[in-house]
Design a protein around this ligand. Sequence first.
Ligand code: CP
Length: 292
Amino acid sequence: MKNLLSMEHLTNDEIIAILDRAAQFEAGEVTTLQRSYHIANLFFEPSTRTKTSFEMAERNLGCTVIPFDAGFSSALKGETMYDTVKTLEMIGLDAVVIRAKEDEYYNELLEGIHVAIINAGDGAGQHPSQSLLDLYTIKKEFGSFEGLTITIAGDISHSRVAKSNAIALERLGASVHYLCPPEWAGNFTAHHNWDDLIEESDVIMLLRVQHERHKVNKDFSKEGYHEQYGLTLAREKQMKDGAIIMHPAPINRGVEIDTTLVECERSRIFEQVQNGVYVRMAIVETLLKGRE
Ligand code: CP
């Protein structure tokens, strides 16, 4: 594995190997990397958990994290993504973690760039490290994916998390359902009401309403959305025993989920964040080991 760009590019064996390595890190194992590598995190879109947990993972692996502030970089003078990454490569970096607003921005880096590239989110495309930490959280809970019923509910068409998880979960044997307003389904065949989904699902995965990617819609009502598509207190009571709640966050409290459910017994939302560090350690180590 040279880069991590999309869940489409990973085999099931590669996914399971990353999850297993993450479990070893969680159990206290340390990296077997042979030297300290140089990594930069290039975030051209906002992030709290992905950027910070990649940085924590990199430091845990003994890497040197080279600061890069997209808001003060020469990208603002019009430098291309290719020229930015090539420049960092020539300075001596070994890997870059990139989040950018353009779908598949990484295509322009596939030829001529030799640093490892980790996609930390491309527009409304893919978010593979989030998907891998979601898979890790589910596997930790249920042991495997076969036979699980998973409902992904929310802003499907704008969600790179939904797209990455759809590919991975279906391939790993889960039965995945999608729930959203009709205009947010994109290429997915989606349900438009909860019906039996709430009682049948082992995992309810909620997605943030991405207001910043929507045209202004005066008809959108947070309360209306919560009542029709959100996880309300009443719906949580209908969930089956052992079923869990996930959300990649950030959360619009009171919209996708009732605020009192964010840290309820079923919720794994903050555990997902914690798992993200172990999973990102496994991702970074896997890519750097490939260079040894
Ligand atoms: N889940 C996620 O990608 O969060 P951030 O945007 O805070 O990184």
